[in-house]
Design a protein around this ligand. Structure first.
Ligand SMILES: C[C@H](O)CC(=O)SCCNC(=O)CCNC(=O)[C@H](O)C(C)(C)COP(=O)(O)OP(=O)(O)OC[C@H]1O[C@@H](n2cnc3c(N)ncnc32)[C@H](O)[C@@H]1OP(=O)(O)O
Length: 710
């Protein structure tokens, strides 16, 4: 056995060289691994004893693609020469045209560059249920090792476009049907079958297929071009269109020409701000479940298999749905038959929604629903591993629920509250189980929104935090671990987003222009349309709560109250800042401007009573810099573990555009000094709402970033 660092090569007596990628946990391709692969291939090609090659990965995984740190390094130095020459140098010159047949032996997953290596081989043998895909667009780039050319030639243009545009994986079983995988065998047989297959290619018993030269799956050129044309109509974002152009180049001018164009576009995209932002989000999502002195202490997560949800309203039924869909048994506790039946029906309706969207079939829905039970009796909670309380924000109600569950549940049971506002210490005050109490703050609709704030108190034990982090992963959600404070990390950081637009409206900035600027930036809805949709009651309750907690920087606007007094309730009654009609899109209702003017008269903050003059860029800054400012306070107070947790919070909790990398990463692309100087100016002109935080001031004084990197 020749040890090549992260690559091993073993030449067997049968004349097959088995080359193994070894780089735990996902066998990612570092620069040195790519160089070693080239060297091993060359050695195998030059060695007379070697007739064929098998390429595989260690520890039950094939390869997770190019090592992310390679792209990070390119971003750091702004230098694309730091990218490897893998597409032509490795896949074409060594694997595909190396004169000795190669067979990929795939286990676990083959993703991105990993699948691209496999597609360069002459055949692919896989174990069952492997994940295969090219998720590069999700990282802001296109495949850079021939994926745009070989995938259409192996599975057909239509399926390849679907896989590339969605970044979704397929299983090896689907791959076998499509022609991407040649055979599926058990993991015990994998290497034996792959070796035999490679020798069969040498002996002419299996075809020596070069995927770049294949044309049968592409079909007639016109059909392929038509598929690309229709796809272009669905994808406005430039990197998706670039990817389609690269596929087209291969169809029109041949696979090799496509490879050259792919390499050029890949290199351009790697350096784009979008790739930087999306890569940051990928890393921040993984960093957020690492909590110093908690997850690094060797504690093993305990399994949470059965959960009670107390309160089956909108949140409770959403939470119950999220749990059963992840195979966790749930018992929903309600106070009477009517509420209980409503709760169970609501879970069923949520599941039906998955069926309608093609994400679940009727059969699986039935099996999923069998994990759900309802009860009116606390006794039925006695064997659960965790209770999630999801009742109204009523302190004494929550306290008495915690008292009741402590009486029936085991001494190991975790007690969680879904509160978004009330201190966990207050909720658990009447129990003696402080170390088992924490917040699990999901966002509505809980079965769809990916973010979970895990709220720890001074007393929550590290074991319980480790258990719940693992639990959120089983739910396929992204956790951030936060400390107690009004609004926690997400709602607190975005509290200024509720207020800033109202403040601007009171300074005379057109509300529809504000909505346009914000949606053009990439938020799904403008702040005024968001108020209409979420309901003025929720908006006013939120403002009241934050004004009470952070009075020094709250801006009190009468605008929403005036809307209510004028008979407007937003989408609820079809009349808000916009008018809502079932058959058409919401339309700006300019008659609302009289109400805005009334609000302006009452607040009287516009200089000389005249609307201020601002550019679109200033509108964006006046709305989001206060968000950055509040997030700085959240970081300074240690509410989050690291600044990049705010990025995750902003992207998944508030739908801040993912391509920006999240609000702090975005802020660092602008610079702390600039943000500080703008806020200071507005603070002097318009008051405390804009007052720069100490954290921001100190970072700006030293010219330091606000810490959006992981
Ligand atoms: C030239 C090419 O076309 C360009 C490319 O190949 S770009 C890369 C394309 N590949 C990808 O996008 C795959 C990204 N990875 C994944 O989707 C998932 O990590 C996975 C499905 C491989 C494994 O998922 P899962 O088991 O849930 O583990 P997950 O927590 O995500 O990752 C485990 C660890 O591997 C790391 N990792 C995953 N993919 C990696 C990669 N491509 N490079 C480096 N590290 C990677 C993660 O950062 C994480 O590190 P940590 O333990 O320090 O937090």
């Amino acid at each position: 056995m020749a040890n090549k660092g992260s690559i091993n090569m073993e030449i067997g007596n049968d004349g097959v060289a088995v080359i193994t990628m070894i780089n735990p946990p996902v066998n990612a391709l570092t620069l040195s691994a790519i160089e070693e692969l080239k060297r091993c291939y060359q050695e195998a090609i030059d060695c007379d004893n070697v007739k064929a090659i098998v390429l595989t990965g260690a520890d039950g995984r094939f390869c997770g693609g190019l090592d992310i740190s390679v792209m990070e390094n390119v971003h750091k130095h702004g230098d694309i020469s730091l990218l490897p020459d893998a597409s032509i140098g490795l896949v074409v010159n060594k694997i595909e045209n190396g004169k000795k047949p190669s067979v990929a032996a795939i286990q676990g997953f083959a993703l991105g560059g990993g699948l691209e290596l496999a597609m360069g081989c002459n055949a692919r043998i896989s174990t069952p249920k492997c994940d295969l895909g090219l998720p590069e667009l999700k990282l802001g780039v296109i495949p850079g090792c021939g994926g745009t050319q070989r995938l259409p030639r192996l599975v057909g243009t239509s399926k390849a476009v679907d896989m590339l545009m969605s970044s979704k994986t397929i299983t090896s079983e689907e791959g076998k049907e499509l022609g991407l995988i040649d055979a599926i065998v058990s993991s015990d047989e994998l290497l034996t079958v792959a070796r035999c297959w490679a020798l069969d290619i040498v002996e002419g018993r299996q075809p020596n297929c070069n995927s770049l030269e294949k044309t049968d799956k592409l079909g007639p050129k016109d059909e392929s071009l038509q598929i690309l044309k229709s796809a272009r109509q669905s994808y406005a974002v430039s990197r998706y269109r670039d990817c389609l152009d690269v596929i087209e180049e291969g169809i029109v001018a041949g696979g090799y020409s496509g490879l050259l164009k792919e390499e050029k576009v890949f290199k351009e995209l790697v350096l784009s701000n979008t790739a930087k932002g999306l890569l940051h989000v990928f890393l921040a999502e993984r960093a957020s479940s690492k909590v110093p002195s908690v997850t690094d202490t060797g504690l093993k997560p305990r399994r949470i298999e059965k959960v009670a949800v107390v309160g089956g309203g909108l949140m409770g039924s959403g939470i119950a749905t999220a749990l059963i869909i992840s195979n966790i048994s749930v018992v929903v506790k309600e106070i009477n038959h009517e509420y209980l039946s409503k709760a169970l029906k609501s879970v069923e309706a949520n599941l039906q929604g998955f069926v309608t969207r093609g994400k679940l079939n009727q059969d699986k829905m039935k099996r999923t629903l069998s994990l759900l039970k309802g009860t009116l009796d606390y006794e039925d909670l006695k064997d659960v591993d965790m209770v999630i309380e999801a009742v109204n924000e009523n302190v004494s109600l929550k306290q008495s629920i915690f008292e009741d569950i402590e009486k029936v549940c085991t001494s190991e049971c975790i007690f969680a509250s879904n509160t978004s506002t009330i201190s966990l210490d207050v909720i658990g005050k009447r129990t003696t189980s402080q170390d088992r109490i924490l917040g699990i703050h999901l966002f509505s609709p809980a079965h769809l929104m990916p973010l979970v704030e895990i709220v720890r108190t001074e007393n929550t034990s590290p074991q319980v935090i480790v258990d719940v982090i693992k639990f959120t992963k089983i739910l396929r959600k992204v956790p951030i671990v936060v400390k107690n404070c009004t609004g926690f990390a997400v709602n607190r950081s975005f509290f200024p987003y509720m207020q800033g637009p109202d403040l601007l409206a009171n300074l005379g900035v057109d509300i529809f222009r504000i909505d346009r600027v914000i949606t053009e930036f990439g938020m799904r809805l403008g702040p005024f349309q968001l108020q209409d949709l979420s309901g003025y009651g929720i908006f006013l309750a939120g403002v009241e709560e934050f004004v009470a907690a952070y009075p020094d920087r709250a801006f009190q606007s009468p605008l929403v109250q005036l809307m209510v007094e004028n008979g407007r309730e937003g989408k609820k009654n079809g009349k808000g800042y916009y008018t809502y009609n079932k058959r058409s899109k919401p339309e700006a209702d300019h008659s609302v401007l009289q109400i805005v003017e009334e609000s302006m008269r009452l607040t009287n903050i516009a200089p000389a009573g005249k609307p201020i003059s601002v550019t679109d860029e200033e509108i964006l800054e006046m709305i989001f810099f206060p968000v950055v400012n509040e997030a700085c306070r959240v970081i300074e107070e240690g509410i989050v573990v690291r600044a990049s947790d705010i990025d995750i919070a902003s992207v998944h909790g508030f739908k801040f555009p993912t391509e920006t990398g999240g609000v702090m990463f975005w802020a660092d692309t602008i610079g702390s000094e600039y943000i500080y100087s703008k806020l200071k100016g507005w603070y002097e002109a318009y008051g405390d709402f804009f007052k720069p935080s100490t954290f921001l001031e100190q970072k700006a004084a030293k010219g330091l970033p606000l810490g959006g990197s992981c």
